[in-house]
Design a protein around this ligand. Structure first.
Ligand code: SAM
Length: 210
């Protein structure tokens, strides 16, 4: 898997600084949406969670302590931030997803989170990712995605904000669904609109393995 591709020039370069990334999230809002997203995991005590493209691991604010959490991200500054803020309750890996294959992770995870990841990856890398995720999920486990979206009847402003994302592989609903076709036993999806203070659309998927 290649690094990126995502745009990291101009003002978007600032987002590589963990505190700036967190500030952007605070300005845009969306706490209610994030709570809804995590509630959709239906977490149970002791669940093992893998978070791929964990960023600054903000999701841990919504997760109970009695779980086992592993976060992976290719940005060393994000991982350093994660270790200093959440190192006491989680494990972090500074690597590209798939760079290190851990046999012990085969069929290990109840939940795999990929919030905001796939729109950074091209179709080949997304295919490798989905294979890996299927491999690492235990039977009965589910993976979750949510990515910037282009869709029919989208407002001009929403389309404009989405087009400014750092990710260079923003897709339509059918584009995202095609990536996961043939792997999972159940796929449910929905379009999320205006979940932040700015007009913006995301595509949410829940991918379950029997
Ligand atoms: C939009 S951010 C989402 C961060 C976090 N999941 C969230 O929802 O706040 C995407 C993250 O994926 C990471 N990333 C992108 N491609 C990656 C790859 N191939 N391997 C590991 N991390 C990757 C980026 O560094 C970035 O932190």
């Amino acid at each position: 898997m290649k690094k990126g591709p995502h745009i990291n020039t101009g003002i978007r370069k600032l987002l590589e600084i963990p505190q700036m990334y967190n500030l952007k999230r605070m300005i845009f809002g969306g706490e209610k949406y994030r709570q809804w997203y995590v509630d959709s995991f239906q977490i149970k005590e002791g669940d093992r969670i893998l978070d791929i493209g964990c960023g600054t691991a903000h999701i841990l604010k919504y997760l109970p302590e009695n779980i086992e959490y592993h976060g992976i991200d290719m940005e060393s500054d994000y991982i350093n931030y994660c270790r200093s803020h959440y190192g006491h309750r989680a494990k972090f890996y500074n690597e590209m997803v798939g760079e290190v294959y851990r046999d012990e992770w085969k069929g290990y995870f109840d939940i795999i989170n990929m919030h905001g990841l796939i729109h950074h990856l091209n179709d080949d890398d997304s295919g490798h990712l989905i294979e890996l995720v299927f491999d690492f999920l235990k039977a009965g486990g589910s993976a979750f995605t949510a990515d910037s979206l282009f869709h029919e009847n989208q407002s001009y402003l929403s389309r404009w904000f989405v087009s400014k994302d750092r990710g260079q592989n923003i897709r339509t609903p059918s584009g995202y669904l095609q990536l996961v076709e043939g792997y999972f036993d159940t796929v449910s999806s929905q379009i999320i609109k205006n979940h932040t203070r700015i007009p913006y659309s995301l595509f949410y998927m829940k991918l379950s393995k029997n």
